[in-house]
Ligand binder design. Structure first.
Ligand code: GLU
Length: 502
């Protein structure tokens, strides 16, 4: 490929949401193009009118944009971003189809779907691989149908499709970048429909023509398209075009090694976005589904720029890659740990405002929505949350009064004298000159030591009263962030409500 600028494409059909497998295909095409200093293009394959879903195209494009996979060409008219649309290129396909008919590489077929079905049943009964029986292959092309019959049918206006004529004895060979050399026997190849009766091309036909005309150098797509290769290669041969290079990506698998399916979890990228996963974690996770940097490389957290720098098709494996949600969760945590606090606040402030609009709050609203307060909460909790929204939900006690106290924890931590101890400690907190983590810690230790008690006797009950739960960040820091007033109010309220075991 010396001297040729690398061009790759992502070519989704607008039949629904963007599947995680689709995002991986798009990402690998993007990474490879960027790495090689080439172009990444989006082409919408919307020639199957029956499978077209309203809004799917916009949805796909929105998700790709969200992932940061910005294409290099926006051919749509009107200035807005828009990809290539196959439905706008029907005349081009029709022209190439005429050429195949003229050259004797394609023929009209008037078989009805009932006939095709019958034929398929028969072949299956005979233990044969179902294939079109070539009833309409004209005599001039080695078949049995007289040309006059075809002409008559055409004149009568009967519906037809156009099929490619697969040469009888030819072996089709190509070298896949990921899988190495692969050979197909023409006896196994069907006379593929190229033009459907509605005048639209099939995927196979339109995709080969466009891949050639749009000058793609590398076709990177899912393994499920591997069986289509002989048909595609024959079309390149018919037109005398040099095929691009191909890389077929491994399947995505459920943890039980079955093909990734909705039944075992979400497969739409959107579902993961809605759950709160971030762009960085999803893109990073998807990149690792089939690619790694190689033996001895321990790195797992990669930014998009780093991926561009390190990615190579040679390091994509053949074996199916298992979609492990734990890995995605782990990555999400890594990103939350590193993310600038201002960015996190940007996401959580609207979530908090929303909660505040519908829930009673005894704290000062201005304080708890301030940058200063939210920064403290974020820094204290970032090691503990799994998602950004959990800064509000999982740490809700920083914003709302606990509504209950973890029952099991109360049972375990409350002794006969716990409330008494708390009552004695209250004035210490009330009068503490410096209500900081260090100040509170020193005061608590100074309070328990002369009594011969362990700090834990107070630490656990204080945590439960202040937060409602038995786990969380450092107690002293949590109390400092909450502030004296809230802490005292919560201790008093809890002492009123929690009864001492008999
Ligand atoms: N439209 C096909 C799909 O939906 C594209 C396959 C290809 O990349 O050639 O997956």
């Amino acid at each position: 490929m010396v001297g040729k600028r690398v061009r790759t494409r992502f070519a989704p059909s607008p039949t629904g949401y963007l599947h995680v497998g689709g995002l991986r295909t798009a990402l690998y095409n993007y990474l490879f193009a960027r790495k090689m200093g080439g172009d990444f293009i989006i082409r919408i394959e919307d020639t199957d009118q029956s499978r077209k879903v309203e809004g799917a195209q916009q949805n796909l494009l929105k998700t790709l944009e969200w992932a940061g996979l910005v294409p290099d060409e926006s051919p749509s008219k009107g200035g807005d971003f828009g990809p290539y649309l196959q439905s706008e290129r029907l005349e081009i396909y029709a022209g190439y189809c005429r050429q195949l008919l003229e050259d004797g590489n394609a023929y009209y077929c008037f078989a009805t779907s009932e006939e095709l079905d019958e034929n398929r049943q028969l072949q299956m009964k005979q233990g044969l691989q179902p294939k079109y029986n070539r009833k309409w292959l004209p005599e001039s092309m080695g078949g049995t149908m007289p040309e006059s019959e075809t002409k008559k049918m055409l004149e009568s206006g009967a519906p037809y499709v156009i099929r490619m004529k697969v040469p009888d004895y030819v072996s089709v060979w190509f070298e896949d970048i990921i899988r190495g050399p692969i050979e197909f026997d023409s006896a196994t190849i069907d006379d593929q429909v190229l033009m459907k009766s509605d005048g639209f091309p099939t995927y196979h036909f339109a995709s080969v023509i466009d891949d050639h005309l749009m000058e793609f150098t590398h076709i990177i797509r899912g393994e499920e398209w591997l069986p289509s290769m002989p048909k595609h290669l024959l079309l390149y041969e018919f037109f005398g075009w040099e095929p691009p290079k191909f890389a077929h990506l491994p399947l995505l698998l459920n943890p039980d090694r079955s093909k990734l399916s909705k039944r075992q979890g979400d497969v739409a990228v959107e579902d993961y976005i809605n759950k709160g996963y971030s762009r960085e974690a999803i893109v990073n996770f998807i990149a690792l589904l089939g690619w790694n940097e190689g033996e001895g490389c321990e790195q797992e957290v990669y930014s998009l720029d780093e991926l561009v720098e390190r990615f190579s098709l040679e390091r994509v494996g053949k074996a199916g890659s298992i979609f492990t949600i734990d890995k995605l969760n782990w990555l999400e945590k890594q990103y939350i740990k590193e993310r600038p606090v201002a960015k996190i606040i940007e996401t959580i402030r609207p979530i908090l405002e929303e909660e505040l609009s519908s829930k009673a709050c005894l704290l000062d609203r201005q304080t708890i929505t301030s940058d200063a307060y939210l920064t403290e909460v974020v820094e204290l909790m970032r090691e503990r949350v799994g998602f950004e929204h959990e800064f509000v939900t999982f740490s809700s006690y920083f914003f709302f009064e606990p509504e209950s106290w973890e029952e099991e924890a109360v049972k375990k931590r409350w002794k006969a004298d716990t409330n008494q101890l708390l009552a004695e400690f209250l004035p210490v907190l009330e009068t503490l000159p410096d209500f900081t983590a260090d100040g509170i810690e020193a005061a608590l230790k100074a309070f328990v030591e002369p009594k011969g008690l362990k700090a834990a006797e107070l630490i656990h009950p204080l945590r439960i009263l202040a937060s409602g739960v038995s786990f969380g960040p450092s107690l002293y820091h949590m109390l400092e962030v909450l502030g004296r007033e809230a802490v005292l109010r919560r201790i008093r309220k809890g002492m009123e409500c929690i009864s001492v075991p008999a």
